[in-house]
Design a protein around this ligand. Sequence first.
Ligand code: KIV
Ligand code: ZN
Length: 385
Amino acid sequence: MSRIQLFDTTLRDGEQSPGVNLNAVEKLQIARQLERLGMDILEVGFPAASHGDFLGVQQIANTLKNCSVTGLARAKESDIRTAYEALKGGIDPRIHVFIATSEIHLKHKLRMSRQEVLEAVKYHVELCRELFPKVQFSAEDATRTDYVFLAQVAEIAIQAGAEVINIPDTVGYTNPVEYGRLFHYLRQHVPSFEKAIFSCHCHDDLGMAVANSLAAIENGARQVEGTMNGIGERAGNAALEEIAVALHIRQDHYGTPSRMKLNEIAKTSTLVSRLTGMAVPRNKAIVGANAFAHESGIHQDGVLKEVTTYEIISPELVGVTNNSLVLGKHSGRHAFINRMELLGYELDEQEIEKTFKAFKSLTDTKKEITDADLHALVAGGKASY
Ligand code: KIV
Ligand code: ZN
């Protein structure tokens, strides 16, 4: 069974989130944890962007020993040579070179013809190949690029020595059916498709980054790019923890596991959130505070009888030590009694009746009932301990 490569860009595309600015120590701390999490490739910066970025990339490349470290470069000789200086000390250095390929970008940003772009791809990928053992090429704005031209660009990049061809949905424009079809198209129309690893890279502007990535995997992508907690430019990148858990839970469907150590997810998510200052929404899949919390009485009752009734992922799988049945106005007797027992109370029928009634009236004034509230209820009703 072939394993999907995880390309993490938390420290490059993720750091491009408005308001995020990590210092070198913080970047190294996150990089080490991402390595422990089992990422195959870490993209840790854009060395030509600033001297600080250069030093940060260099330090991480020289430190990590269990994953490949890469940095971004435009199809520009000075960017590529600067990236080489930053990355050359790594155990498995890789350059990630890109140029835009859509008409919109060619006309308004690059002011280049298609022919000039093809020549630039060939020239710069060949230069990368002289310097680096591994070259990844990205066709920026691939999903808004003419398919015939995109296939031509990919073929030229492979012929020039790129081992990985990335097909980014730069502006989060595509949808799963369309992105899947694009990979299918490339598989049929790039003569050297099988000689390279095709990679997907999705942004979340329309909320489809993870679904799009999974569609690409179903259609031949062998590398998936994204970030921890889905942070990144604008609405963010595909959340890699969601993809890895989806591949694990739905192995029956995808048949493509990853190397991610799932039980390191919670710790990694917390670290990234704390150091970037980007709060994780409570309801976010996998790492949100409510991801394993059941509030409704029917769900709580089901989970207490048999956990798989309402839980497809065990919290322990992703490193969360306990699931929380949040007690609130929808909670029923079963969840209430269970929590009281966990808190060490042995209540007889009468005491249960009394405290449960008090608990229910408290839920009219308070959204979430804490353990301290329950202790107070018992003390107020003078129930036995
Ligand atoms: O979204 C994008 O197109 C990128 C490329 C530089 C790969 O981040
Ligand atoms: Zn991106």
